[in-house]
Write a protein that binds this ligand. Structure first.
Ligand SMILES: *[C@@H]1O[C@H](CO)[C@@H](O)[C@H](O)[C@H]1NC(C)=O
Ligand SMILES: *[C@@H]1O[C@H](CO)[C@@H](O)[C@H](O)[C@H]1NC(C)=O
Ligand SMILES: *[C@@H]1O[C@H](CO)[C@@H](O)[C@H](O)[C@H]1NC(C)=O
Ligand SMILES: *[C@@H]1O[C@H](CO)[C@@H](O)[C@H](O)[C@H]1NC(C)=O
Length: 435
């Protein structure tokens, strides 16, 4: 007999040797199908069901969406001497199985030996009781897996075997107790599930949210950094809060439009400020007509001569790379185009100016190609009529270091975007103290 492979057990009461920590006292807190059934609960795959894991199924609970565990077909095989000889049963955690084994016996107290083996832990109970009558004995076996039976790696088909032998009888009784230790649904994961608002994966009806989202349906953003100054919460004021280039989104932040001319430059961390607003911050640079880096600007801003070909450049999303802007400095009206490259360097080229020196440079192309200029003029005019150029003359965004910015504190906070002012025809904005 394969005594070496079996561990002989007298009574397997609470065997804590391979104990798995599992708190089965609070079914509400079991948020995972495997954990639920390992505690002997029933699981609901319906994301809208409040009670997902329960010991007692009640009416109308989780109609049609209960997780079905794998159950093996019952097997009862009779032997020559012992009845039954082979048996298969499926047990769920906490469930009892009791059955009688009868066999002929001369002794009134036959010696019964029970050995077990298991694919999981030995946290299951087996007990026996024998009674004899008229040279026939009946041994009643009771077996049940406990809440710490399943190991962390438990699958949908785990087992424990109970083998019983009676002294003097060659036939052995083997019972295979199949115990599901995992839910079949756990193996099915739907990434970016619509149930989870596309922000998480769905398995067994439970959303596992992507970073930055929480809630049963990943509906709530986890807001780490809030805008301290002007929370963008009033959707009726979207245009003002987000510079007209976006709407108030999750976490009180602006969600910038992505499909508009110039949207490739909308700055989500800065009220969706567009590139014209950014460049306006360095107006001084317009006064010096020499191409190259502008030394008075606090970011990398380069001036270059107007090149009409560049205006047709588009990015992968079919958005113009160069964006048209205008503004006035000391009553001098400018039109210019701007772009920012992947190194965060900003370029601009003046297309029109009241300053004759700048006008000459801007018009350099036109002197050699008057026909081209005519075409440009037409394009510009057409674009203007369809409202193509949205870039109004906006005051410059105020850099963090600017004392004006720091003055915007709680008591005189008006709830206004400090960057946004309704379009005016001049840069001479009274709140901007550079002039
Ligand atoms: C456990 O016992 C059953 C029944 O005797 C046997 O078929 C199976 O091979 C045993 N498994 C192991 C791992 O010993
Ligand atoms: C089976 O029954 C005998 C006799 O009552 C007892 O001594 C033994 O501990 C029992 N074995 C198990 C595994 O319950
Ligand atoms: C204008 O830009 C295009 C594209 O970069 C370039 O090929 C062309 O030489 C430029 N024209 C002038 C006049 O600089
Ligand atoms: C600046 O451009 C916008 C549209 O692009 C236009 O509506 C506005 O009149 C221009 N500003 C001035 C002062 O011409």
């Amino acid at each position: 007999m394969a005594a070496v492979r079996f561990s002989v057990l007298v009574l397997l009461l609470v065997q804590q040797v391979f104990a798995v920590y599992r708190d089965c006292s609070d079914f509400d807190s079991l948020k995972n199908c495997n954990e639920c059934i390992r505690c002997g609960g029933h699981w609901c795959n319906d994301p809208n069901e409040e009670q997902r894991c329960t010991t007692m199924r009640y009416d109308n609970w989780c109609t049609g969406k209960q997780e079905k565990l794998k159950f093996l077909t019952n097997v009862d095989e009779d032997g020559t001497f012992v009845q039954p000889k082979y048996r298969v049963r499926t047990l769920t955690i906490g469930m009892d199985d009791r059955f009688d084994i009868s066999y002929p016996s001369k002794s009134k107290e036959p010696k019964v030996e029970i050995v077990v083996n298991t694919t999981q832990t030995s946290n299951f109970q087996v007990s026996n009781k024998t009674s004899c009558y008229d040279s026939t004995c009946t041994t009643t076996i009771k077996a049940n897996p406990e809440t710490n039976f399943c190991a962390a790696n438990g699958g949908i088909s785990e087992y424990f075997h109970v083998k019983l032998s009676v002294e003097g009888i060659k036939e052995e009784v083997v019972t295979k107790f199949h115990v599901p230790c995992a839910c079949a649904c756990s193996a099915k994961v739907e990434e970016r599930s619509p149930v989870c608002n596309g922000r998480g994966s769905l398995s067994c009806g439970v959303c596992t949210c992507n970073e930055g989202w929480k809630g049963a349906f990943c509906e709530t953003p986890i807001c780490e950094v809030k805008r301290g100054d002007v929370p963008c919460t009033d959707s009726s004021r979207d245009n003002i809060e987000c510079s007209g280039n976006g709407v108030c989104g999750p976490c009180d932040k602006c969600e910038c439009f992505t499909d508009r001319e110039g949207s490739r430059y909308f700055d989500k961390d800065n009220y969706c400020a567009d590139i014209c607003m950014t460049i306006n911050d360095c107006d001084d640079c317009f006064l010096n007509p020499i191409p190259g880096r502008c030394q008075t600007c606090h970011f990398a801003l380069f001036r270059q001569n107007y090149n009409e070909t560049l205006m047709t450049q588009k990015d992968d999303f079919n958005r113009h790379v160069w964006v048209r802007c205008n503004g006035s400095i000391d009553e001098c009206y400018y039109e210019y185009a701007a772009m920012r490259d992947e190194y965060d360097e900003t370029f601009f080229m003046v297309t029109k100016s009241c300053d004759p020196v700048q006008e000459r440079r801007a018009g350099a192309v036109s002197l050699t190609l008057p026909i081209v200029l005519g075409v440009i003029a037409l394009v510009v005019a057409a674009a203007a009529t369809v409202g193509y150029m949205m870039w109004k003359n906006r005051p410059p965004p105020v850099p963090m270091a600017d004392p004006m910015y720091q003055n915007i504190d709680a008591e005189d906070c008006t709830g206004e975007n400090p960057l946004y002012k309704p379009p005016t025809s001049s840069f001479k904005n009274p709140t901007y103290g550079k002039w």
